[in-house]
Write a protein that binds this ligand. Structure first.
Ligand code: HEM
Length: 471
């Protein structure tokens, strides 16, 4: 039902609305998201996309977007499609559960912890270089696999203290996550499958059960090992638990669970959530930014010049006092995330009506925080669609409203791992550009949306040693 005068996106058909536009694969869905966001920008920042019998309110106006983000912490029902996998983890949960878990995990992202993780980021970046060194012997490198394994290893180390790198496990896990993200997206694209009754009868459900089994077995193993290690540590200390300096995210969760606050199931939900939220998103950003550097040699050169002057040209660690000075590199990362947002939309379901600048959104509506459109909203100026990292460093180069950039979402439920992601990616880039010149062509790459926005084509990059010799 339309309760307001919010404009409809064009290309609306009688009865089915825009449903025809979301049917198909992940490429089709992303095209529709882009279309809906661009339409919304044209129509002033709020518009309706009609899917099945439901109105989806797309919000790309920065101020209204923040109002919705903070006015409704309740996630949309589509997040429940992932409940067999992520349960009540931080991404999918709402209400008191979300509040409690967020509070519990916050200390894992403090400045002190990020400083500790810096050593891991450096170590894993060196491992990445070794992996590339092997791959580049046979020509351009398919970076998707190496970057994803690296991000998973980094997350496993910082979040769970797991140091051994088990490539078979990684590949299996990464594949399972790909399959399930695609399944969730296909379910969203078929309004009939939104109903559990029809979904249970579908082939998607069967496939979902198979892959979830793989994922849950892995996360249970991670928790079991960590518990055993903690118990061992305690018995070594004659039963007195001492505060260790290096606490992983899992330590924080397990510590709380000893006070009976978190059940085993809740811990497992967070483990799976952190792996998804922390490694897949970070690896996509690294992948796209390396494709960008390979496509714009002058930008790559500026990144190299900055890294060389701040960190030196030799293969030393990027120190905690150095990465904050990589301001141009950070501008390149933000500009990449602005134009290629890993998370292109976020969905919410407000329990109460929400008053925007010009409209009122009814209670229980479907709200879409249109990150893709917001990041290209007219407040970004006439060159909103142009890749220009310099804008981040120029006075008045970016909109005054900090919420006009939503690469990590906005408001109270924004990304908890935002600074983690920026620091780790800056450190990877510093190691990469000191060693290699990269060549790629991002204009040839098409993207898709299987929950997260990722290249749908293989991403090949040519790596050439900076001293002129190719190994
Ligand atoms: C480039 C990398 C990243 C991007 C683009 C990104 C983006 C986002 C976005 C857009 C959201 C909001 C999702 C929603 O409301 O549905 C989010 C939430 C979240 N992110 Fe990230 N993220 C990144 C890296 C990370 C990392 C490294 C971690 C952890 C190690 C992390 C953990 C989380 C968690 C737990 C949430 C849920 C927060 C909540 O609802 O309270 N993210 N992220």
């Amino acid at each position: 039902e339309r309760h307001s005068n919010v404009p409809l996106c064009d290309n609306y058909l009688p009865v089915i609305g825009h449903t025809h536009m979301i049917i198909g694969g992940g490429k089709r869905l992303l095209q529709t998201v882009k279309y809906a966001c661009e339409e919304t920008n044209k129509k002033g920042g709020v518009a309706i996309l009609k899917l099945g019998l439901s109105n989806y309110y797309i919000i790309t106006d920065p101020e209204d977007n923040l109002t919705v983000a903070n006015g409704t912490l309740q996630k949309h029902f589509v997040y429940q499609f992932a409940s067999n996998w992520l349960g009540d983890g931080l991404i999918t949960s709402s209400g008191e559960t979300w509040k409690r878990h967020r509070k519990l995990l916050n200390p894992a992202f403090s400045q002190q912890m990020l400083n500790i993780y810096t050593a891991v980021f450096n170590r894993k970046s060196r491992n990445l270089i070794s992996a590339i060194e092997i791959e580049m012997k046979s020509g351009p490198v398919l970076i998707d696999t190496v970057f994803r394994e690296m991000a998973l290893n980094t997350l496993l180390s910082t979040a769970f203290g797991i140091e051994e790198e088990d490539s078979d496990f990684n590949k299996k896990y990464i594949h399972a996550v790909d399959v399930i993200l695609a399944l969730l997206t296909r379910r969203f694209q078929n309004p009939l499958l939104h109903y559990p009754f029809f979904y249970k009868l579908s082939a998607l459900k069967k496939k979902e059960e198979e892959v979830i089994e793989t994922i849950l077995t892995a996360s249970k193993k991670i928790i079991k090992n960590k518990r055993e290690a903690l118990n061992k540590e305690r018995s070594n200390e004659n039963g007195y638990a001492t505060e260790r300096k290096f606490k992983t995210m899992l330590d924080l969760l397990l510590k709380d669970s000893d006070g009976d606050a978190l059940t085993d199931e809740e811990i497992r939900d967070e483990v799976d959530t952190l792996i998804l939220a922390g490694s897949d998103t970070s690896s996509q950003l690294t992948l796209v930014v390396v494709m960008v550097l390979g496509s714009y040699p002058e930008i790559q050169d500026k990144v190299y010049q900055e890294v060389a002057s701040v960190c030196g040209v030799s293969d030393t660690d990027v120190e905690k006092h150095q990465h904050p000075r990589l301001v141009y590199t950070e501008a390149v990362l933000k500009e990449t995330l602005r134009l290629y947002p890993t998370v292109a939309v976020v969905l919410r379901k407000p329990e109460n009506e929400i008053k925007l600048k010009n409209y009122t959104i009814p209670a229980n509506s479907n709200c879409v925080l249109g990150i893709y459109g917001l990041n290209r909203h007219p407040v970004w100026g006439p060159d909103a669609h142009t890749f220009r990292p310099e804008r981040w460093l120029e006075p008045g180069g970016v909109p005054d409203d900090p919420n006009a950039f939503a690469g990590f979402s906005v408001g109270k439920r924004n990304c908890i791992g935002k600074t983690y992601a920026l620091i780790s990616t800056k450190i990877i880039l510093a190691h990469l550009v000191r060693r290699y010149k990269v060549t790629a062509d991002i204009s040839k790459i098409e993207f898709k949306m299987d929950v997260i926005m990722t290249p749908s084509d293989n991403c090949y990059v040519e790596f050439e040693l900076r001293n002129g010799t190719t190994t």
